[in-house]
Design a protein around this ligand. Structure first.
Ligand code: IPM
Ligand code: MN
Length: 330
């Protein structure tokens, strides 16, 4: 049976890379029944709609959602981020943002192969805070960090399960427990408590600033990392930069409880400067789509796609030429 997938190509290079991802998934033999949704900066500028409630309800009915990228320079910051991307993450309870970093064979950092499990529904992203006396000389802005035992534990548990299934069986908690003594304490205690259920997983802890040094100087030390929402956001851009570039950085916004669809998207944005030029690298979208296949139970196809990406690593060309080469190698 075909998997039902909602497609949000979005803006800029989003639709271009999404088309290649779909081409590759189909070449790998996975049947998809897709429905396109017009969402993003273009729609917002034309109609004022960001994510109508009726569309959100429809999206709940899919097996998965594949997203390209949203954002156009004319849209003020925060409108699409909070109104579309974060709204979907929160409303669909996509509580894990899983981001793999694997350096291409024979390239910089060859052999580096780790995953970041980023908490995806809490922390500073929860939107706690506000203004007092806004626009006056006495104005105050606060932006809190929300950390619940439930939210931290389900994310940490996912990371332990993932680490347990990998050969190295190693999990590092990244936080800033020396300064964020409330949130950090909750994270550390939760991590230690869950660890007692996973005797075969070795653990480590790094402060986030130190982790930045290790990412650059010794990334091979990592297997699985678990961290909070904002640290995970920053660290995963660095991860992309040290493992094959942002053109390979993929992500899976997962609802592991499977109470609704999960959402798969490349980490890069809409890159309006190269939209329409054929210069966009579709690999991040393709790898995100392979994570979608894996989550939908198509593990063989997912592996074939990843192998095809590795095999065609030296292929240069337009977005669709790279997509064709990967599809042919499936
Ligand atoms: C990402 C992006 C988003 C985030 C933005 C666009 C809301 O940077 O997926 O990493 O901060 O999570
Ligand atoms: Mn980011």
């Amino acid at each position: 049976m075909a998997h039902r997938v909602g497609i949000i190509g979005g803006d800029g290079i989003g639709p271009e890379v999404t088309a290649e991802a779909l081409k590759v998934v189909r070449a790998a033999g996975v049947e998809l029944a897709t429905t396109d949704y017009d969402l993003g900066g273009r729609r917002y500028l034309a109609t004022g709609d960001v994510l109508p409630d009726s569309v959100l309800e429809e999206l709940r009915g899919f097996d998965a959602i594949l997203l390209g990228a949203v954002g156009t320079p004319e849209v003020p910051p925060g409108v699409l981020e909070r109104g579309l991307l974060l709204r979907m993450r929160f409303a669909l309870d996509l509580y894990v943002n899983l981001r793999p970093f694997k350096s291409p064979p024979n390239r910089h950092n060859d052999g580096v192969d780790f995953l970041v499990v980023r908490e995806n529904t809490e922390g500073t992203y929860a939107g706690e805070g506000g203004f007092l006396r806004q626009g006056t000389p006495n104005e105050i802005a606060t932006q809190g960090s929300v950390n619940t035992r439930l939210g931290v534990e389900r994310c940490v548990r996912f990371a332990f399960d993932l680490a347990k299934a990998r050969p190295a069986k190693h999990l590092t908690l990244v936080h800033k427990t020396n300064v964020l003594t409330f949130a950090g304490d909750l994270w550390q205690r939760t991590f230690d408590a869950v660890a007692t259920d996973f005797a075969d997983v070795a653990t480590a802890y790094n402060h986030v600033d130190a982790a930045c040094i290790y990412f650059v100087q010794d990334p091979a030390r990592y297997d699985v990392i678990v961290t909070d929402n904002l640290f995970g956001d920053i660290l995963t851009d660095l991860g992309g930069a040290i493992a094959g570039g942002i053109g390979r950085a993929a992500s899976a916004n997962l609802n592991p409880a499977r109470t609704g669809p999960s959402l798969f998207e490349p980490v890069h944005g809409s890159a309006p400067d190269i939209a329409g030029t054929g210069k966009a690298d579709p690999r991040a979208a393709v790898i995100s789509a392979s994570m979608m296949c894996d989550f939908l139970g198509e593990a063989d196809a997912a592996t074939r796609i990843l192998n095809a990406v590795d095999k065609t690593d030296d292929v240069e060309g337009t977005t669709s030429q790279v997509g064709d080469a990967i599809a042919a190698a499936c």
